[in-house]
Design a binder for this molecule. Sequence first.
Ligand code: FEO
Length: 413
Amino acid sequence: MKLTFELRPGIDQVGYVDYNVRDFHSYDTRLGATYNAYLVRDEKVALIDTVKAPFAEQLKRNVAALVALDSVDYLVCLHAEMDHSGALPEMVRACPNAVVVCNAKCREALAGFYDVSDWKFQIVNSNETLSLGKRSLTFVNVPMVHWPESTVCYMPEEKILFSNDAFGQHIATSNRFDDECDLPKLLEEAKSYYANIVAPYGRQTLKVLDVVGTLELELIAPAHGVIWRSHIKEILDEYPKWASGQYAPKVLVIYDTMWQSTELMAEEIYAGAVEFGQTLAKENPNEPRLDVHLMHARKTTLTRMAAEALDAAAIAFGSATLNANLMPRMAAVLAYFQGLKFREKTALAFGSFGWGVGGPEAIHKTLETLKYPVLDLSPLKAKQRPDATTLDACRNAGAALAKAAWERYLGDK
Ligand code: FEO
């Protein structure tokens, strides 16, 4: 099969739509993914990014359908991560006259992954322009969005930003522009992508957004997902909220349980928060409703939990005690969130124990490490089955989390 589609005359998407990927280095790609590569045919021919190594033949077929491979002048590498550079060695072999164009850090990263000893490189610095004839590419380094060598490039003649990972979404679809898809679904996937991939680098992302804000844009062509054409404003409105960690009126209750004692506590915390939200809704009919999620950690993917956590203002984390510690899935959740460096959340540790202690205490300790402000009654514990008094305390804790979430939301408005 060969399958390409045109963005503009002489500019085509030649990458690969992967309907089958379900695990992208732990990211749950339930909707599949795409690896976008763009071929620009001008006086010079440039391929911007490649695809994952297993799809190199498909990329080569797509490029060869449009130009002779020996007429490719530039293989532009905006990011060395292997979902974009994996097919680069094959393209270097297949395009004997091509020079690899990238920044110095990218060359270093590529040399760490591949044998580049016989590759021809042209190193470009930030703000440097590469002329392709009638059109050109201006490179802007965007370090740590999300790797040190990450780069975007802008084509002023066509007002196209080739944004690599930024503004991407993990979604496989035959519809290739934003206005051919359901916008809320796209924004949800873009948010999930941001939360799971870019979130640790919010400060750097905000700097990039300042630069992007100065550009005239008709297309944003990311390396994953659909191309932004009709909803550029919408995605550019959302990104600063995500990058700054803007709070939504949202509470999460994330827990793992052995024999349902911690689950009973979680349900009561959830109910307390929902009840508080119902009162808020009556008092504030013109405000958004408080959103409360009950998430069993072993029945919810890390990807989904992170996507919801990005803008949550308060989170309760619960675990039963296992071997004088927290349960392994909750350890994974906390480790994952720690790495993603979300803005602080008002928090609560809770959970049950039998003859030993340790589950809720371990969560509480981690929350302190994360510098999350915790409710006074944290860690909230139940010995074996929670009694009525403990369940009342859980309900009150849910209401307190909801109140804190609401205040954080109002503070950010
Ligand atoms: Fe899509 Fe950071 O690679």
